[in-house]
Design a protein around this ligand. Structure first.
Ligand code: GLA
Length: 727
């Protein structure tokens, strides 16, 4: 049983295959987290104690009669603001009197089979009955009349816990939520490094790791989207833990809007991690009887280092987050028109791409930005989602027929959350963009953000999209989002709900995406935000793949893909071969193969030699598809740790097959280069494909393989080795 109760229900233990979490209902209904970490099989938990010393500056609760108990030092599971805990708290509610002291105490709990999910938001789901169990803990703040339910779903075998919180106004007066975390996690010491992914356009998801210090550290987005700059993922890594061993706590938010993950180390050197919607710019009004659900947080604990943590996230997202036919069905190998033509295309040019692509074995042509309204540059027409017949002479139907006749599927680009000031839609509805009366709207990429909180606006966009998608045979949509939110106000939102707009925008986007997925269930949606500016689990719930970055340089992509892989599986990472500078086509292919492989170039410009390489890549794509999409990733040489080379492996779940890829980032004059492989079965014997060389898994993992000789070593060169078990 993953969730067990002891001591008349005062002690609750949540177990996965690899972790345990122990909650204690303490005197006066204080809910404590006594432990979260590596699995402890014990039923006798008397040894777990709460911190029990506080100075006079830490207020005590006299009623409890425990001289040393103070909310300021106790490991409170979900502490409220202003009532004795001076650390970063998980919840703050302002009541009708204007006071935001908050204090939730335990009322009851229940355990049930299955999964609970926040309302109207993406979430991890259960595939089969019995896969997970959910604990819900009801808490009440007697003074405000607010009720809080904390949900914990345990996926025992997967080694995952998901959490969210739900707050209901049970009083007869309105109240305002100033802050409500998805999860708050208490750890008993501070001997961790804080690891997270930062970046910028063209250089998303770099890894940074720093020892925790006293005080707090945080990462966040206030942009209305999860952003290029910080991913809603963080890990606490035990000092000394690395890729393959040691304790790691991984946290990821299933949310695509402004978020915050704060790590707070208190004066007794215990650690609290709070994660959820960014409280800056957030205030949510709850009328009597109304309820607010937070986004979901995913918690993974691993004793097998960062690699173990990543593989757990990958399995969960592949099996329990991504949906639709393309969860299983093979993704079409696509060629995208953006880097090939930008806005400069017509039907004949696109058909010529399709003709060459067909000769190379490619499955789908994607017509990127520029097909609608009067869109011949990025200054116009977002919101006018009707076909530019002048550009696509003969119409979209004829173009798609010509592409289909060649045997290729057809995909199209949209940016539904945006509106160009120069558009028919904006001229007809100037109040449909986010705006604040009296303020000039900031412009970015010549566009405004559409007011996704409004149902009438969403209806219009859906109808426009639906008119095109139901009339024509369209197999794929690239859903883009090319700026962040400013002057975030809505013409329809009452004044007292003004600060709800950021979250309402995200809810609106989810609603529209959900409607599209329901209406066109066979559509493959690829998410994008100026590259990987919204690469998060919320988006993966609607689109099984996300364009990882506008940067297609294979060497620079190494860091982007390594960083992305900390949390997200290969099958979610859009990766294309382009005409980018540096490196030959082989290396471009080797790097892009670690993702949803495709091309981003004008195939008419390929030399005969390039074409032969492309054909081989297409062959490899099919050959290794299962291994890469469903295999386990092992990061071998990281671009942050090794100045010269970068290497990774995919190992089949039954360990009978392994693909090793190595890229030389900088020429190295290295006499010896022995690589210890990972993730194999020590007792199996593996043959290196194309040779008669055989090695035991033990030899490959313990002694390693000497890759000094016979392998490329020049800057930008790469090679792959395919091992198959022969016994
Ligand atoms: C964004 C995307 C690109 C491309 C352009 C089109 O920048 O990341 O791939 O689709 O928009 O405008």
């Amino acid at each position: 049983m993953p969730i067990t109760c002891y001591d008349d229900g005062r002690l609750i233990k949540l177990d996965t295959a690899s972790s345990s979490c122990v909650l204690r209902v303490f005197k006066e209904g204080y809910l404590l987290c006594l432990y979260y970490g590596a699995k402890i099989p014990d039923a006798n938990l008397d040894g777990l104690a709460y911190r029990d010393w506080a100075s006079s500056f830490s207020p005590r609760n006299e009623i409890i009669g425990e001289r040393e108990f103070s909310p300021d030092v106790a490991p409170l599971e979900f502490s409220g603001f202003g009532t004795g805990d001076f650390r970063k708290t998980a919840v703050a509610v302002r009541n009708a009197d204007g006071n935001d002291c908050t204090d939730f105490r335990y009322v009851s709990h229940a355990v049930e089979k299955g999964k609970k999910a926040p309302k109207n938001m993406p979430a991890v789901y259960e595939n089969a009955e019995g896969e997970c169990e959910t604990l819900s803990v009801l808490m009440r703040d007697e003074v405000t009349g607010a009720e809080l339910t904390l949900y914990y779903t345990v996926f025992e075998t997967l080694g995952v816990m998901t959490r969210f919180a739900s707050l209901e106004n049970k009083s007869d007066r309105a109240m305002e939520i100033e802050k409500l975390c998805s999860a708050s996690v208490q750890l008993n010491d501070m001997d961790y490094d804080f690891l997270h992914l930062y970046g910028r356009w063209g250089a998303e998801r770099n890894l940074t790791r720093t020892p925790l210090g006293h005080g707090h550290q945080s990462l966040s987005s206030a942009r209305g989207s999860s952003s290029h700059y910080h991913n809603p993922f963080a890990a606490l890594v035990r000092h000394g833990a690395d890729e393959d061993q040691g304790e790691v706590y991984g946290f990821n938010l299933v949310y695509s809007g402004s978020f915050d993950i704060t790590v707070d180390v208190d004066y007794y050197e215990t650690t609290r991690v709070n994660m959820g919607i960014n409280p800056d710019g957030f205030l949510w009004r709850l009328e009597p009887g109304e309820r607010f659900d937070t986004p979901e947080a995913v918690l993974v604990f691993s004793e097998e280092g960062l690699g173990g943590m990543s593989r757990t996230f990958h399995r969960l997202y592949l099996n329990n987050l991504v949906r639709g036919p393309y969860k299983i069905a093979k993704r079409p190998l696509l060629i995208n028109s953006w880097e090939a033509a930008y806005f400069d295309f017509d039907a004949d040019k696109l058909v010529s791409f399709a003709q060459r692509a067909k000769e190379l074995g490619i499955d789908m042509l994607v017509m990127d930005d520029g097909w609608f309204g009067r869109r011949n540059n990025d200054r116009t027409s977002l919101g006018d989602w009707y076909v530019n017949e002048e550009k696509l002479a003969g119409g979209l139907g004829s173009l798609i027929e010509r592409v289909n006749a060649l045997g290729l599927k057809f995909g199209i680009w949209y940016e539904p959350e945006m509106i160009s000031p120069d558009s028919d839609l904006f001229r007809a509805h100037p109040d449909w963009c986010l705006h604040v009366p009296g303020r000039r709207n900031s412009i970015a990429r010549h566009q405004y953000v559409i007011d996704m909180s409004r149902k009438d606006v969403r209806d219009n966009i859906f109808e426009q999209m639906s008119a095109v998608l139901s009339k024509y045979k369209i197999d794929y949509v690239k859903w883009d989002f090319n700026r962040n939110l400013t002057e975030a106000g809505s013409a329809l939102l009452e004044a007292e709900r003004g600060e709800e707009i950021f979250h309402r925008f995200v809810l609106g986007t989810y609603e529209l995406m959900g409607r599209l997925v329901d209406a066109f269930p066979d559509l493959l949606i690829e998410n994008c935000s100026g590259g990987g500016g919204r690469f998060d689990p919320g988006m993966l719930y609607y689109s099984p793949q996300i364009w990882a970055s506008d940067n297609t340089d294979p060497i620079e992509r190494l860091a982007i893909q390594f960083g992305t892989s900390l949390c997200y599986p290969a099958s979610t990472m859009g990766a294309h071969v382009s005409m980018s500078r540096r490196t030959g086509f082989e290396t471009k292919g080797s790097v892009a193969m670690w993702g949803t492989f495709g091309y981003e170039l004008d195939p008419n410009r390929l030399t005969d030699k390039d074409k032969e390489i492309v054909k081989k890549q297409v062959e490899d794509y099919h050959k290794y598809y299962e291994l890469i999409h469903y295999g386990d990733l092992y990061r071998v040489l990281s671009p942050w740790d090794d100045a010269y080379r970068c290497a990774w492996e995919f190992v089949s779940p039954d360990k009978t097959e392994m693909l090793y890829t190595e890229v030389v980032m900088r020429y190295y004059h290295c006499p010896k280069h022995i690589v210890r492989m990972k993730g194999l079965d020590p007792d199996k014997v593996y043959q290196l494909e194309g040779t008669d060389q055989k090695y035991s898994g033990a030899l490959l993992m313990k002694a390693g393989l000497n890759l000094s000789a016979d392998f490329p070593r020049g800057t930008g060169e790469s090679f792959t080795l395919h091992f198959i078990s022969v016994r």
